[in-house]
Design a binder for this molecule. Structure first.
Ligand SMILES: Nc1ncnc2c1ncn2[C@@H]1O[C@H](COP(=O)(O)OP(=O)(O)OP(=O)(O)O)[C@@H](O)[C@H]1O
Ligand SMILES: O=C(O)[C@H](O)[C@@H](O)[C@H](O)[C@H](O)CO
Length: 180
């Protein structure tokens, strides 16, 4: 399922898997990395510890909390000579603009879409993650789905990660990359 008119991928490939907590960024990122050979970076690992502690305490991040983290994410994209798959919530358009500012206007986005019920259930079943289920509603409230001008596609999370990865690979033209 694609919502953009024309999708394209930069060379080297830089692509952001975005969406609310628990939508499957890490799982799909691992599958897409295995399929394409492009490294995966989880933006969760780039948060300042203060942000992680805030979320662990059940307090939603503000814009001010997110800007330094988004700058780190932008630097990771810009510095990725061989390309990068970044799993990053990127909930607001201004956040995605910030990433595009560093990585280029042709930065590609994939919005992983699922219902609150499905994601809630998956988050409840997940172990050893700092993000409390109670923050999911604030994630949805903050979310601004990408527009048609954002080189973004939307994919349903109702199928397994490997299948989502295959859909992403065929929707974007993966220059110079071979399917495994
Ligand atoms: N397509 C899928 N089908 C079934 N289960 C999935 C799918 N994608 C992810 N899951 C499961 O849902 C849970 C959340 O997925 P994951 O941790 O990948 O999401 P995330 O977006 O990276 O979360 P966060 O942003 O909170 O770190 C995990 O337990 C994962 O195994
Ligand atoms: O922008 C945000 O609020 C954060 O990035 C969150 O989305 C979490 O880091 C992530 O989803 C972990 O569950």
């Amino acid at each position: 399922m694609s919502t953009a008119v024309s999708l394209h991928l930069s060379d080297p490939p830089r692509i952001v898997l975005m969406g609310v907590s628990g939508c499957g960024k890490s799982s799909v990122g691992a599958a897409l990395s295995a399929l394409t050979g492009v490294p995966y970076q989880d933006a969760d690992d780039l948060h300042p510890s203060a942000n992680v502690e805030k979320m662990r305490a059940g307090i939603a991040l503000t814009d001010d909390d997110r800007w330094p983290w988004l700058t780190t994410c932008a630097e990771a994209l810009a510095g990725s000579a061989g390309g990068l798959i970044l799993g990053c919530s990127a909930l607001k358009r201004i956040y995605r603009d910030h990433l595009r500012g560093a990585a280029g206007r042709d930065l590609a986005f994939v919005h992983l879409i699922g219902t609150r019920e499905v994601i809630l259930e998956r988050m409840r079943a997940r172990v050893n993650h700092y993000m409390p289920v109670s923050l999911l509603d604030s994630q949805f409230a903050t979310l601004e789905p990408p527009g048609e001008d954002e080189n973004a596609m939307a994919v349903s999370i109702d199928v397994p990660p490997a299948q989502i990865a295959a859909q992403i690979r065929s929707a974007y033209a993966w220059q110079g990359l071979q399917a495994s």
